[in-house]
Design a protein around this ligand. Structure first.
Ligand SMILES: Cc1ncc(COP(=O)(O)O)c(C=O)c1O
Length: 405
């Protein structure tokens, strides 16, 4: 079945498209109806915690039904299929995937399990999420290592790849055992140039002993399924992401991918259910909400079916939110590296607003519901807004939107 047949079969095509107009011909209203989002809300919560499309809800229900009818027989083959699906989705291998309940626990397991010595350091930056920083601090504190938090750009609106790479190069010392960055920052919407950072780290690693090697750890939660790129092929050593945000996966699910060349550098912190591979062993064990875990595969499938030509379609674009009337682009930035906005941001407020918004209200976390004259005239409300730009070609800019409903 090709893309067109699939979409037509799924009732998602409003008109029969030519190949080049296939995306435009998709009935995005039908796609939105796959979600149970309250149409009275302008929902930005997908950046926060996903609403699940029907396919994912059905998969959760089906696995729950099976477990309720026989709660003894877990389904390791389903877990394996999830690893295969995620591995393929990120451009890696199933054996290099560990299941974790969320990004925070994934990062904590990675930093906590990293073979780190007293006197070494973890280097993060001031735009990494607080829980990322906390995970690093807790791990470093246990062994007498340090966490250093740098600044990789002065101004998110003007940051360049060169600025970030140069600052990173100047910050790494022989003691730096890991560099942590965020693929798409929730604080600024900036999409970090992971490949450039990876080159800098590779340079720093020249001549280093294996046990001193600096690893590049990426918090990828707002890039996975939002940026059309292979997470496992950007040069990072570790990629961590919840699958319960942009991938629309079941709540309480996430993944860690580890470059097999460095998997011996991270040891498990907790007993695991899986001995499939050294990386799978990082996934915390004990029994889980298995119906949620097994259904991650349905989330991957949901994305892939929207565009079989790509393993990682730009979800927001595929969901047809380009040019949505309620999004007002406040400023383009990072012209050389963007393509995604994970942040919805009021123009004069630095924070991100990840909450559903009542139709007819303007988004301002400082003044909830306050009217803003500059938003007047842009009064349409949508049922589903994902704060992401959809730059054709996927490689030109990061945008931050303000929202007026
Ligand atoms: C950049 C970033 N990293 C990590 C997290 C925590 O994600 P999780 O809830 O999957 O632990 C968030 C939360 O939204 C985030 O914005």
């Amino acid at each position: 079945m090709d893309r067109r047949d699939f979409l037509a079969g799924a009732g998602l095509l409003a008109v029969a498209p030519t190949a080049s107009s296939a995306a435009r011909g998709v009935d995005w209203g039908a796609v939105r109806r796959e979600f149970r989002l309250d149409p009275a809300l302008t929902n930005l919560g997908l950046f926060y915690l996903a609403s699940n499309p029907r396919e994912v809800r059905d998969a959760v229900d089906e696995f729950r039904r099976r477990l309720d009818s026989n709660s003894h027989d877990l389904m390791p083959e389903e877990a394996r299929e999830v690893a295969v699906a995620l591995g393929q989705y990120v451009g890696g291998a199933a054996d290099d995937i560990a299941f974790v309940p969320n990004t925070t626990i994934g990062l904590s397991i990675v930093y906590g399990g990293l073979k780190l010595r007293a006197g070494q350091e973890l280097l993060l930056n001031d735009q990494d999420h607080a829980w990322h920083q906390q995970a690093a601090r807790l791990a470093a504190g246990r062994v007498g290592a340090n966490v250093r938090v740098g600044t990789l750009f002065e101004n998110p609106a003007k940051a360049t790849e060169d600025e970030i790479a140069t600052r990173l190069r100047n910050s790494i010392t022989p003691r730096t055992r890991a560099v942590g960055i965020t693929w798409v920052q929730s604080s600024t919407g900036v999409r970090m140039p992971v490949r450039a950072c990876a080159s800098v780290v590779a340079e720093a690693n020249r001549g280093r002993a294996r046990e001193d090697r600096c690893l590049l750890v990426v918090d990828g939660v707002h890039g996975l399924a939002a940026v059309d790129d292979d997470a496992a092929r950007m040069g990072a050593d570790v990629f961590v992401a919840g699958t319960h945000k942009w991938l629309f996966g079941p709540r309480g699910t996430g993944m860690v991918w580890v470059n097999p060349e460095v998997s011996d550098q991270i040891v498990p912190l907790l007993p695991s259910l899986s001995d499939r591979s050294p990386t799978a062993l990082l996934g915390p064990g004990g029994f889980h909400a298995f119906e949620q875990y097994y259904a991650v595969r349905a989330a991957v499938r949901f994305h892939q079916r929207r565009d079989p030509r790509s393993r990682r379609p730009h979800a927001a674009r595929r969901l047809g939110l380009r040019g949505h009337g309620v999004l007002r682009r406040s400023r383009p930035h990072r012209p050389r590296a963007g393509g995604t906005v994970a942040a919805e941001k009021h123009p004069d407020h630095h924070g991100v607003v990840p909450h559903p918004v009542r139709a007819g209200r303007h988004v301002d976390p400082q003044h909830p519901g306050g009217d803003r004259p500059d938003c007047a005239g842009d009064q349409r409300a949508g049922s589903l807004i994902r704060g992401s730009s959809a730059v054709p070609g996927g490689s030109s800019r990061t945008l931050v939107f303000s929202i007026c409903t």
